[in-house]
Design a binder for this molecule. Structure first.
Ligand code: CA2
Length: 147
């Protein structure tokens, strides 16, 4: 069974700037850890990052028919702006968890609203890059229960 990890805009910069907020781990490290975690549980993990809203929408659409069972997404700043990404998830009906490295609720007010949280299965925020690991652990457990 297949899990898709999507990272949105600017997350390709992880580990190179703003380590005080986002830590020193690179996106390549996060993706390698996610693939290994999935493999250990018998799942394929595919990773996708884009700085473009439409590309993320297209990837979510493809998830409807490519065998993706669950999506873990850090939508980056599109969390707070993108009706299009919300509509894509609502349209494909593939379950997803939302991950934020930082605790968006203790940051600026504009980061407190998410267009995705109310249709996500679950939301992680403020656990650093461990949020991806924790979300994947949850997803792996969910897939077990699905048989
Ligand atoms: O905390 C998160 O994971 C965020 O999704 C990160 C987004 C931000 O807009 C959200 O409010 C919360 C920003 C990602 C930018 O990542 C960078 C990483 C290194 C250097 C600069 C930006």
């Amino acid at each position: 069974m297949s899990i898709l990890v999507i990272n949105g805009p600017n997350l390709n910069l992880l580990g190179t700037r703003e380590p005080g907020i986002y830590g020193a781990t690179t996106l390549a490290d996060i993706e390698a850890a996610a693939i290994a975690q999935g493999e250990a549980a018998g799942h394929t993990v595919e990773c996708f990052q884009s700085n473009h809203e439409g590309a993320i929408v297209d990837r979510i659409h493809a998830a409807r028919t490519d065998g993706t069972q669950f999506v873990v997404i850090n939508p980056g700043a599109y969390t707070h702006t993108s009706v299009a990404i919300r509509d894509a998830f609502a349209g494909v009906e593939v379950p997803f968890c939302e991950v934020h490295i930082s605790n968006v609720h203790k940051r600026e007010a504009f980061r407190h609203h998410s267009y995705l949280s109310d249709i996500a299965v679950g939301v992680m925020a403020g656990f650093g890059v461990m949020g991806y690991t924790l979300a994947l652990e949850f997803v792996i457990e969910q897939l077990k229960n699905q048989g």
